[in-house]
Design a protein around this ligand. Structure first.
Ligand SMILES: [Zn+2]
Length: 453
């Protein structure tokens, strides 16, 4: 198996430290809100890698850890806005995340540590860093001293400390010895969550949790560390600095994998552009999780991925066809070797999808079913939505459009209103623009209700 290692900027043959215990850590979500579509990309990418490792080394031989950040100023802000207890917000959001990612076919990692369960381990790691001269306490804060690690800091993202100071948005604070020094521990007010520590009541900075939890669960050296490429700097640089200085006997992570970002219809997803949505929004609009997953898998993880409604429609048609074929097989097939081969080449998911098309083309329904299961495109059963008819809505769209054109002339909108109300009550979302009408089935769409029209 070959993987592109960000650390060496090369595709390398993957050699595990211990083939009977292959270990992977992936940075998880901060739990204060629903995961947006971009948050789902690393989950799906590293789920595919997890499945591949289990296939190659054996399911029991792979350990996958992904954290939940449940102490963070964004969570504190959400609690202040809503008046709800932090614990309720983080518990609810954690479950949302697991439910939504489960809909996308993502297996749950073996370990899902929560930051607040590892505070003593973080404090111990920080104490060790101070003792070794890599960190210092100042005004209730503890900071990592970047100068103590200057030669290596920035290696992953390929920047020197001096370049970073020149280019980065660095938080300037009087107690910092070097402006790049980053927070390991910070003081908490009485209203903020806090724990007793040698530096007073406070809470950890974000970066230290991944170092402390990966050490506890996977050891001082483990195989793969993953995350989005937006985390490379500063988060992953800081993880490396902390872990390598606290445990110089180890190497921390040997292979670093970073996925590229996600766009929507060719544009960066943002609230101001109105193209921001959560995974749950898409599911509620009637996009099945398998469709979202297939769209994701069509793009290699190191390329920017563009979510478009057109791709989703195409993916749904493809899946309906594949399911109708896979339905003719039992759960006794083998994953096609071509799929393993494609994924073993730096997770070439697009190549694996091409293999699925081949299996469909040659009507190898047994291998198709097993391979779709392996790729997380179905479980033991065909998903229920695939059994429902793919109703052709274009005639209804045209009818509403024409009714509106007529109403513009006659100024009598009663027929338009009647049709709209009927569509909505059938569970369709009605989107009207100057150029046309689009009817989008929601989760509760009932085609039978259209028959009376
Ligand atoms: Zn992390």
């Amino acid at each position: 198996m070959k993987l592109h290692n960000t650390k060496t900027r090369k595709k390398e043959v993957f050699e595990p430290i211990d083939a009977s215990n292959v270990r992977m850590y992936v940075c998880g979500p901060t739990v204060y809100d629903r995961a947006h579509l971009g948050n789902a990309r690393p989950v799906v990418v590293f789920d595919v890698l997890y499945r591949l490792l289990r296939e190659i080394y054996g399911a029991e031989q792979v350990t996958y850890a992904r954290n939940f950040t449940d102490v963070d100023d964004k969570i504190n802000a959400r609690a202040a806005e809503t008046g709800r207890p932090i614990r309720d917000i983080t518990a609810e959001t954690t479950q949302w995340f697991l439910d939504d990612m489960g809909e996308l076919g993502a297996l749950q990692p073996d370990h899902m540590p929560r930051a607040t369960e590892y505070i003593p381990q973080m404090v111990a790691m920080i104490e060790g860093l101070i003792a070794k001269g890599h960190a210092y306490a100042a005004e209730g804060h503890v900071l990592f001293a970047v100068d103590s690690w200057k030669a290596l800091y920035g290696n992953l993202s390929g920047r020197s400390v001096d370049d970073m100071i020149a280019g980065a948005r660095v938080e300037v604070a009087p107690y910092k010895k070097n402006p790049m020094d980053f927070v390991l521990w910070k003081p908490s007010t009485n209203e903020q969550p806090g724990w007793d520590s040698p530096w007073g009541r406070g809470r950890p900075g974000w970066h230290i949790e991944c170092s402390a939890m990966s050490y506890e669960l996977l050891g001082e050296t483990f195989d793969i560390h993953g995350g989005g490429n937006d985390l490379m700097f500063p988060h992953h640089e800081n993880e490396i600095a902390q872990s390598c200085c606290a445990h110089p006997e180890g190497e921390f992570a040997r292979y670093w994998l970073h996925n590229e970002m996600l766009q929507v219809e060719g544009k960066k997803m943002s609230k101001s552009l109105g193209n921001f949505f959560t995974v749950r929004d898409l599911l509620d609009q009637g996009y099945p999780g398998e469709v979202i997953r297939l769209v994701f898998l069509q793009t290699h993880y190191r390329k920017p991925m563009d979510w478009t409604a057109g791709k989703a429609e195409q993916a749904e048609r493809t899946l309906r066809k594949w399911y109708s074929q896979a339905e003719q097989a039992l759960n006794n097939g083998e994953v096609h070797p071509g799929i393993i081969g494609a994924l073993a080449d730096d997770l070439n998911t697009a190549g694996a999808i091409a293999e699925l098309h081949q299996l469909s083309h040659s009507d190898d329904v047994v291998a198709l079913r097993a391979s779709m299961q392996f790729l997380g495109l179905m479980g033991k059963e065909i998903p229920a939505w695939a059994g429902q008819p793919d109703i052709e809505l274009s005639a209804y769209e045209e009818r509403l459009f024409e009714a509106r054109q007529a109403a513009m002339q006659s100024k009598d909108f009663s027929e338009v209103d009647r049709l709209k109300a009927a569509f909505i009550s059938a569970g369709l979302e009605v989107r009207m623009s100057k150029t046309g009408v689009e009817l989008v089935p929601g989760a509760g769409f009932d085609p039978a209700k259209l028959e009376a029209l």
